[in-house]
Design a binder for this molecule. Sequence first.
Ligand SMILES: Cc1cc2nc3c(=O)[nH]c(=O)nc-3n(C[C@H](O)[C@H](O)[C@H](O)COP(=O)(O)OP(=O)(O)OC[C@H]3O[C@@H](n4cnc5c(N)ncnc54)[C@H](O)[C@@H]3O)c2cc1C
Length: 596
Amino acid sequence: MGQYVAPLRDMQFVLHELLAVEGELKHLPKYEEIDADIINQVLEEGGKFTSQVLFPLNHSGDREGCHHDKTTHAVTTPKGFKEAYKQYVEAGWPALSCDPEFGGQGLPLVLNNSFYEMMNSANQAWTMYPGLSHGAYECIHEHGTQEQKDLYLPKLISGEWTGTMCLTEPHCGTDLGMLRSKAEPQADGSYMISGAKIFISAGEHDMVDNIVHLVLARLPGAPEGSKGISLFIVPKFLPNADGSVGARNPIFCGAIEEKMGIHGNSTCQMNMDGAKGWLIGGPNKGLNAMFVFMNAARLGVGMQGLGLTEIAYQNALVYAKDRIQMRSLSGVKAPDKPADPIIVHADVRRMLFTAKAYAEGARAFCSYVALQLDKELNHPDEEVRKECADEVALLTPVIKAFITDNAWTATSECMQVYGGHGFISEWGMEQYVRDSRINMIYEGTNTVQSLDLLGRKILGDNGAKLRKFGAKVQAFVEANGTNEAMSEFVTPLAELGDKVTKLTMEIGMKAFQNPDEVGAAAVPYLRVVGHLVYSYFFAQMAKIALEKQDSSDTFYKAKLATVRFYFARLYPETAMLIRQARSGSANLLSLEADLF
Ligand SMILES: Cc1cc2nc3c(=O)[nH]c(=O)nc-3n(C[C@H](O)[C@H](O)[C@H](O)COP(=O)(O)OP(=O)(O)OC[C@H]3O[C@@H](n4cnc5c(N)ncnc54)[C@H](O)[C@@H]3O)c2cc1C
């Protein structure tokens, strides 16, 4: 059933050679002790844990799925999931990047990020249990009262309890302003919460003693729409002051969903009938507080896309070297065999390169944003913190949508490498395709990400954040523009930078006349920005690879070939995307709905 080997060499290339993480972390007092050895050691241990403990459960977890007992409301996870979680907790992995004040290990997010890539490659469905806990940790850490932090953070950090995000209701997913769950204030300062939530990942399971639900609901008399939403901590078992679990809270799993992929993760309907909860983040400020969780989750979903792209690529590569079919068009390559390995065929290479380039572009991009997040949270200079926060805000929807769209393409191409065997369950490839599809939907659909990018993050501040990112691109272009060896990379990067500027202005002008122009352009626009980001990182990677291509380490030769493939075969879709984005809203909106 395939294999998973953590791509340590490429991770180390990104962290040490591309991003010079050790030097960057020296500017953050909290992390000044972190050096390359510590980083490499964690990566190696993470690689072992994920390939030896999580990966062997991926396929069996998919086949078995979760089970719900209608009488007890209990959910059982697939065989081995609980034991793997125990090992994860015992090894201290949940605490990796958490605050030492509450029991965390205090390592940087950029390192945690690489570990999450590995976990997602090895077993996305399993990884969602601790992944959501980490989001809950971040939300309570930022918005909780001291009492809430003292009670919940040590348990989430140790992994004894897990967390969830309960937003979606049957009638509202994207438009949370319509949600109906209610919260009635109680004399003791708590709230009594009632309502129905659907599609709650990890809402109920058997891996821990308690589950900390973060639930959106409305207070009595709250304003209509999204301005009237509050956030509550609703634990499955009410915690005692000493951290032990007390009475069962009436928040129950009514059913779990049958679904296309991520079968090992329970997707729960959660019913609350007077469940006890505590307000977090202030009355009617729920969406603001939840955004901490949602932003963490959006970056996390991007990492899911990267994880699946990588595992699909690795396995397709092994298969393509082993499977023999037909002869190479340019003559026999394996005379000792009755046919050549399919990796000799140009189009098989196109498919492999597509996945390889999308994985390596995403790895550079995600690691960069995680490092900017570390700086946003920890840099001593307020101005730097603000700059980093702006950049993270700009790039978060791009990470979520661009990487997961690409993962769908990449996993599908890797399945194609297997021919008919890709469609057959036993090889494992069809699971990656199925698992990857949800990543384009949850945490705000990719359409919603594109509206966030173009409408809120770019036009909403008259392009200020985009210009700052553009200035970085421009600085790289100017610094390398006279280097002839770099021109094959710098020229398309510079051209795309100019085109994005013009396209943004054009859409902005049209949107003054007609706001629908934003909705009509947003999806292709996000992909164009995604390519600008990848061009920027691939050009930087090319620079390093060019300098080292003659070294005995063949890694740089392969990196250069991947960058060249990217600019020759993936980047060119920007021309088509720009035409689509410029084509306006009329071709979409002029036909009345009932004439479709
Ligand atoms: C497996 C799974 C796990 C999930 N886990 C969780 C979880 O843990 N917690 C949680 O709260 N939720 C969770 N969700 C819910 C998920 O986040 C929502 O399904 C998602 O946000 C979309 O909402 P919806 O399904 O109601 O679709 P809708 O909001 O009804 O959208 C339908 C379509 O309309 C489009 N659309 C809507 N508004 C616009 C607009 N203004 N412009 C353009 N297009 C628009 C959407 O992009 C989509 O294509 C999960 C869902 C699934 C399937």
